[in-house]
Design a protein around this ligand. Structure first.
Ligand code: ADP
Ligand code: MG
Length: 224
């Protein structure tokens, strides 16, 4: 089976000309199917930049970055979109739509997947919300849910289409430690059940045990 992520000699900089500032330098990283990798490192070291490149949210400047065997270096818009649709994103802030219920938010991400029959949407969304412990909150709007519950809806939304890769950027940063623990336990359990790979950025030393491997970023360089 090919690696889920293969990164070779990746460099990235912000700004142009004399204002150019290198942010990522000579990154090498492989993530295998089913592997949970935690990425740590100080604020400003380049973690989010790396995640957005891996997610097809930003164009690759230099080096090779393959996601699910698709090269993102030089990729055109439709290809980037296709890669994005195969990834589950979980951000620090849940980014749920306030005007949709928990169920509506999760179901919306299925609309990006024409290969999943419409008549399965309802059941899939309900099942994944039950799996994150919100089986009885389907009809609640984000304002009616606690921080931890909202983040669990965001996890359900990221995982409902059974992505092969989940990218999570400080998903517990706005939660208290017990809620944060619950949230990463859910990510770990679902990832194992679905056999998907996870790259999770965190500052939280209490959740490092869910990782198969921990990599560290310092000043745009990755230590693996
Ligand atoms: P981290 O997630 O580890 O905190 P980031 O990837 O967000 O690090 O940022 C790395 C560096 O790049 C920081 O110095 C930050 O100020 C800078 N940076 C991040 N995003 C941009 C941007 N869109 N334009 C210019 N500089 C940026
Ligand atoms: Mg960041």
């Amino acid at each position: 089976m090919p690696s889920t992520v293969t990164i070779q000699n990746l460099n990235h900089a912000y700004g142009k000309g004399s204002l150019q500032k290198p942010v990522l330098t000579d990154i090498q990283l492989n993530i295998e199917p089913g592997e949970i990798v935690i990425l740590t490192g100080p604020s400003g070291s380049g973690k989010t930049t790396l995640l957005t490149l891996m997610g097809g949210l930003r164009s690759v400047q230099e080096g090779s970055l393959k996601i699910l065997d698709q090269e993102l270096q030089g990729a055109k818009k439709p290809q980037m979109t296709q890669v994005r649709n195969q990834i589950g994103f979980i951000f620090q802030h849940h980014n749920l739509l306030k005007c949709l219920t928990a169920y509506g938010n999760v179901r919306m991400s299925l609309k990006l997947h024409p290969e999943i029959p419409r008549q399965e949407h309802r059941q899939r969304a309900a099942d994944i919300l039950a799996a994150v412990g919100l089986g009885d909150r389907l009809d609640d709007y984000p304002d009616q849910l606690s921080g931890g519950q909202k983040q669990r809806v965001a996890i359900a939304r990221a995982l409902v289409a059974q992505p092969k890769l989940v990218l999570a950027d400080e998903p517990t940063a706005s939660l208290d430690s017990k809620t944060g623990r619950d949230v990463v336990d859910v990510i770990q359990r679902l990832a194992q059940e679905e056999g998907c790979s996870v790259l999770l950025v965190t500052h939280d030393s209490r959740i490092l045990d869910i990782a198969d491997r921990i990599v560290h970023m310092e000043d745009g360089r990755l230590f693996i």
